[in-house]
Write a protein that binds this ligand. Structure first.
Ligand SMILES: [Zn+2]
Length: 890
C-alpha cells in the first residue's frame, strides 16, 4: 500500500493560520510549505540541530510487553469462489461464497471464518444445511458435516449479504477506513461523480464482503463471478475468463486467478470505466495485458499517466531474476479512495490524485507510486509477510523500488534526492510518534505498522544492505528469497537467511540492529591533522543513547582527497568512540565520512569550511553536495559565494533550487550576476520547482519590475505550479494587478490554479467573484487540502462582502457540511465560527450606529440599519446550526 498522507508539516501550517481568530490577515495566510519544512530537516545544518536530534532520541523510550504473533493456522484455504451482485440502493452486496479448504494439521469438524457485519442466509455442504453460529458478527463458526483430517479437502458454501454501511469503522494513517467495500455515489445523486463500487482489503477488511480466513498468512486461489448492469465494466484479480449476458439484461463477468494469494489482496471494482489497453512482452515473446481503467474524461491521459508500466515490469523482472508472476496487470483510478494506492494482485487501485493531464504532469508524475505497487507483486503478493508485525517485508521493498526505478529511469541524483525525502519522513515520524523496532511485534494495533518505519526506514535499510553486499550479491539475495518463499509467507529471518546463503556471511549483526532494533546512529566526527607526518586522524563518536538504542556496527567508506586525488578507505565503526588515522600527500583537501552517502544516520562532520567547498565541487552524491553547500554558505567568503553561484548552474535541479535560497546569505561581489541568473532561472530553468523558487526570491524586486516579470511568466509558462507561484508572488507585490490577472486565468478552470485564484479573491476579490466560489464549491472538484484552502479563502472573502451575499453563505456552508471532504470537516466548524464572530462584531457596530441615528432623530435611517442588523442576527442563528458543539482539536 502507498500512503497518501497530509504531512505533519501541513498541520503545523494549518495551526499557524489560526482559523477562528478574527484577524483577516492571519486566516488568509495559508501557504503550502510541505517542501520547505522538510528542507530544514534535510541535513545537519548546525551543531544545534544535531543536539536537537540527540534529544529526540533520548526522550522516546517506551517499554512494552505485547507480542503480536502470526495467526495460528487451523484451516488452510485452497480455493475461494464468489458469486456476487449488488444492491446499489442499499449499498449492499449479495454473495455466495464457495470455499474449498483443508485442516492444517489437526483433524477437526470445525471451520472458523472471518465475516464482519454480514447477514448470513445459509451455510451448506453438498447441498445440505450445516449448523453454524455467528453471535458476534465477526466470526462465522461452522460445524462441518464430519471430522476432516489434514489430507481431506472439504467444500462449504455460504450465502450472505454484506452490509458495509452498517459497520462501525476505524482505520489508520495509511488507510482511513476499514469498511472493505465502498459504494461511491451509488444512487447517482451527485453531479459529475461517476457511480462506482470498489474494495480495500488491507489489513483485514475484505472479510466485510466475503467470508474468509482474513490473515496475511492464509492464501487461496480465486474465482469471482460479478453480475452487473451491462453498462458497467468490472475488474478483479486474475484473468477475465468469461463474460455472459443474462436474460434480465445484466451481465456476469468471471475473473479467475489460479495462483494463490492472501485474502487482503482480493479486489473488485465496478463502474462505467474506460479500459485503455497496453501490453507487456515477456522474455519468451508472449504478450501480457496491461490495462488502465479510468473515467471517460481521462481516457486520453491514461497512457501519459501509466504508460511507463510495461517498462517497469520488464525492469523489475530483470533486476530480480523472477519474471512477473501473475496473469495480467491492471491499474484503476477510483473516487474517494481511502488510501494512496493498493497492490491488489494484478488489479491495483489508485486514488483520484493520479488523474493528471499533460500540463499537470509537467509538475510531477506518480511513477514512484506506480513502481511501489508493482514491486509489491513480488514483495507482498508473491511472498507475503506472515504477520502484520513483519509488514516491512512488504513495505520496505515497495518503498525501495521507488529508489530502483528513479535510479534507472531518472538517474542517481533523483534517486538520492527522493531517498533523502524518505529518510526525513522517517526522522519526522520518529520525532512525533516515537521509535520502535522495525519488525514490530509489540505494536498496539496492526494499523500502526503503516508508518515511517515500515516504509521509509525499511527502504533506507535495504539501500545500506545493497551498498554493503554489493549489487550482485544483493539482487541475488532478493532472488533467492523470492524463489525460496514464492506463494508462501515469510518472516524477517527468511530474508536474512536468503542473504546469508548467497553471501556466505553471518548477517545477524545487520538484521539485529536494523530490523530488530530501533533508532538510528547519531555520529559526530572530528579531524586532527598532523602536519609533521602528514596524517589525519578522524575521531568518530556514536552519540545515540545506548540504553535504548544499539551501539551500531557500521562498515563504511571514508573518501580522502589530497595531492594525489581521491582515494577510498574502508573502515568499520563498532564502538561508541573510535579513531582512524590516514596518511595524505601534499595538501589535505577533504575527508568525507560515508563516501557513498547511504547511511541512515544523522551525522555532523566537524571540519574546516574549505573542505566543504572542495566537497561541493568534487564529491558526486546529492547529499554530500547539499551538506557542503549548506555548511560552507554559513561562512561569508568569496569562495562560498562562488560555490553558491556555481551551484545555481548545477546539473541537478534540487541543488540549483537550494542555491537560490542560500545566495542571499553569501551574495557580495557576485550580487548582480547572481540576481541576473535567478531572473533567468525564473523563466528558463527546465524544472518547474526551480522556476518557482526563483520567483519567490524575486518578490524583492522593485514593484514595477516584479509585476512585469510575474505577469510575463503567468502568460507564457506551461506549468501550473509556476503559474500559481507567480500569481501568489504577484498578489504579494501588486494585489490590484493580481485580481485582474486572476480573472483571466479562470477560463483555464484547472484545479491547481483555482486554489490560488480563490486565495487571491479571498483577499482582494469583489462581489462578482461570488460566482467563482459558488461554482467551485458546487462542482466539488477540489479535494483534501486544496478544498480546505479554498473554503478558508471563501470565508475570508465573504466577510468582506455585503449582507446580500453573506446570506447566501448559509447555503454554501450547508452544502460543505454535507459533502465536504474529511480534511475540510476537521476545520469547517471553526471556519464558520470565524465568520459568525465577524457578523457579531457587525451587529455591535450597527447597534452603535442605530443609537447615534436615533439620537440624531434620523429614524428612517435607523430603521434601515435595524433591518440589516436583524438580517445579521438571523444569519448568525442559521450558521450556528452548522457549528458542531465539540471543538475539533489535534
Ligand atoms: Zn505499499
Amino acid at each position: 500500500m502507498k500512503k497518501y498522507l497530509i504531512g505533519l508539516s501541513i498541520f503545523s501550517v494549518l495551526l499557524s493560520c489560526k482559523v477562528g481568530k478574527s484577524d483577516s490577515d492571519e486566516i488568509s495566510v495559508v501557504e503550502f510549505t510541505e517542501d520547505s519544512a522538510a528542507y530544514d530537516e534535510y541535513i545537519d545544518e548546525s551543531y544545534d540541530d544535531f543536539e536537537g536530534d540527540l534529544v529526540g532520541l533520548e526522550d522516546e523510550v517506551t517499554v512494552r510487553g505485547i507480542y503480536n504473533p502470526s495467526r495460528t493456522l487451523i484451516t488452510d484455504l485452497i480455493h475461494t469462489k464468489l458469486e456476487i451482485n449488488f444492491n446499489w440502493e442499499k449499498s449492499q452486496l449479495n454473495g455466495k461464497a464457495t470455499i474449498t479448504a483443508k485442516q492444517h494439521f489437526h483433524a477437526s469438524d470445525s471451520l472458523i471464518l472471518d465475516a464482519k457485519g454480514m447477514e448470513i442466509k445459509k451455510v451448506e455442504m453438498g447441498g445440505k444445511s450445516v449448523s453454524y453460529s455467528y453471535n458476534d458478527s465477526l466470526k462465522l463458526r461452522i460445524k462441518l458435516d464430519k471430522k476432516y483430517n489434514r489430507d481431506e479437502k472439504f467444500i462449504v458454501s455460504i450465502e450472505y449479504v454484506a452490509k458495509p454501511e452498517e459497520r462501525q469503522t476505524s482505520g489508520s494513517a495509511a488507510i482511513t477506513s476499514d469498511k472493505g467495500l465502498y459504494f461511491i455515489n451509488p444512487k447517482n445523486e451527485k453531479n459529475g461523480n461517476m457511480p462506482q463500487i470498489w474494495t480495500q482489503g488491507e489489513t483485514e477488511a475484505n472479510s466485510v464482503w466475503f467470508p474468509t480466513i482474513d490473515a496475511p498468512n492464509s492464501k487461496s486461489t480465486q474465482e469471482m463471478y460479478i453480475t452487473v448492469q451491462d453498462k458497467y465494466a468490472t475488474l478483479s484479480n486474475g484473468k477475465l475468463v468469461s463474460s455472459k449476458k443474462n436474460a434480465d439484461g445484466t451481465r456476469t463477468d468471471c475473473w479467475k486467478q489460479d495462483l494463490p494469494h492472501a485474502p487482503y489482496l482480493f479486489m473488485m471494482a465496478v463502474g462505467e470505466f474506460k479500459v485503455v489497453k497496453d501490453t507487456y512482452t515477456r522474455p519468451d515473446g508472449s504478450k501480457m495485458e496491461v490495462n488502465y481503467y479510468v473515467e471517460p474524461e481521462y481516457e486520453q491521459n491514461a497512457k501519459a499517466i501509466f504508460g511507463e508500466t510495461p517498462a517497469m515490469i520488464k525492469f523489475f523482472s530483470q533486476k530480480l531474476g523472477v519474471e512477473y508472476p501473475w496473469d495480467k496487470y491492471s491499474q484503476i483510478v477510483v473516487r474517494d479512495y481511502v488510501s494512496g494506492a493498493m497492490e491488489n494482485t494484478g488489479a491495483v487501485i489508485f486514488g483520484e490524485y493520479v488523474y493528471k493531464n499533460d500540463r499537470e504532469l509537467l509538475d510531477g508524475n506518480d511513477q514512484s507510486t506506480i513502481a511501489h505497487e508493482l514491486f509489491h507483486h513480488w514483495f507482498g503478493d508473491l511472498v507475503t509477510c506472515e504477520s502484520w508485525a513483519n509488514l516491512p517485508l512488504n513495505e520496505s521493498f515497495a518503498n525501495y523500488s521507488q529508489y530502483l526505478w528513479d535510479e534507472y529511469r531518472f538517474g542517481l541524483d533523483e534517486a538520492d534526492y527522493q531517498a533523502e525525502q524518505e529518510a526525513n519522513g522517517y526522522y519526522e515520524s520518529g520525532m512525533y510518534q516515537g521509535y520502535h523496532n522495525l519488525i514490530w511485534y509489540a505494536h498496539n494495533d496492526k494499523e500502526e505498522m503503516f508508518d515511517g518505519h515500515s516504509y521509509n526506514k525499511g527502504g533506507r535499510i535495504l539501500h545500506m544492505l545493497r551498498n554493503y553486499l554489493g549489487d550482485e550479491a544483493f539482487f541475488k539475495g532478493l532472488n533467492n528469497y523470492l524463489v525460496t518463499n514464492k506463494f508462501k509467507t515469510a518472516e524477517v529471518h527468511n530474508l536474512r537467511m536468503a542473504f546469508e546463503e548467497v553471501s556466505g556471511e553471518d548477517l545477524n549483526w545487520f538484521f539485529d540492529q536494523w530490523f530488530l532494533g530501533k533508532g538510528h546512529p547519531i555520529i559526530h566526527t572530528t579531524q586532527t591533522v598532523n602536519k609533521e607526518n602528514n596524517t589525519v586522524t578522524v575521531g568518530i563518536k556514536q552519540r545515540q543513547k545506548t540504553d535504548d538504542f544499539p551501539i551500531y556496527k557500521i562498515p563504511t567508506n571514508v573518501a580522502i582527497w589530497d595531492a594525489n586525488g581521491k582515494r577510498i578507505e574502508k573502515i568499520t565503526i563498532d564502538s561508541i568512540e573510535q579513531s582512524f588515522t590516514f596518511s595524505f600527500s601534499g595538501e589535505l583537501k577533504n575527508v568525507l565520512f560515508d563516501a557513498d552517502q547511504v547511511l541512515l544516520a544523522k551525522y555532523y562532520e566537524d571540519k574546516p569550511a574549505n573542505q566543504f567547498i572542495h566537497q561541493y565541487y568534487n564529491s558526486n552524491r546529492y547529499r554530500s553536495k547539499m551538506t557542503a553547500m549548506k555548511r560552507a554558505s554559513k561562512m561569508k567568503s568569496d569562495a562560498s559565494e562562488k560555490m553558491v553561484f556555481d551551484a545555481m548552474n548545477d546539473t541537478f535541479w534540487d541543488i540549483r533550487l537550494n542555491a537560490i535560497s542560500l545566495f542571499e546569505n553569501v551574495k557580495n561581489k557576485l550580487a548582480d550576476q547572481g540576481l541576473n541568473r535567478i531572473k533567468d532561472m525564473a523563466s528558463n530553468d527546465t524544472k518547474p520547482q526551480v522556476r518557482e523558487a526563483a520567483i519567490n526570491y524575486l518578490k524583492t524586486l522593485p514593484v514595477s519590475e516584479a509585476t512585469a516579470l510575474f505577469k510575463k511568466i503567468i502568460e507564457i509558462d506551461k506549468s501550473y505550479l509556476v503559474i500559481s507561484s507567480a500569481l501568489q508572488a504577484l498578489m504579494e507585490v501588486n494585489p490590484d494587478d493580481a485580481v485582474i490577472v486572476a480573472r483571466n486565468l479562470e477560463k483555464d478552470n484547472n484545479k491547481n490554479i483555482n486554489v490560488v485564484l480563490a486565495e487571491v479573491y479571498g483577499q482582494k476579490g469583489e462581489a462578482e467573484e461570488n460566482k467563482f466560489f459558488e461554482k467551485q464549491i458546487n462542482e466539488g472538484k477540489l479535494k483534501g487540502y486544496d478544498e480546505l484552502r479554498m473554503v478558508i479563502a471563501y470565508a475570508v472573502y465573504i466577510m468582506r462582502m455585503d449582507i446580500d451575499l453573506q446570506e447566501k453563505s448559509h447555503a454554501i456552508f450547508t452544502l460543505l457540511n454535507e459533502k465536504g471532504g474529511s480534511s475540510l470537516k476537521m476545520y469547517l466548524s471553526r471556519i464558520i465560527e470565524y465568520n459568525m464572530n465577524t457578523y457579531r462584531e457587525k451587529v455591535n457596530e450597527l447597534e452603535l450606529e442605530i443609537a447615534q441615528l436615533e439620537e440624531a432623530k434620523a429614524f428612517g435611517q435607523a430603521d434601515d440599519k435595524k433591518r440589516i442588523k436583524q438580517r445579521y442576527e438571523d444569519l448568525i442563528n442559521n450558521l450556528s446550526t452548522l457549528v458542531s458543539p465539540v471543538e475539533s482539536g489535534f
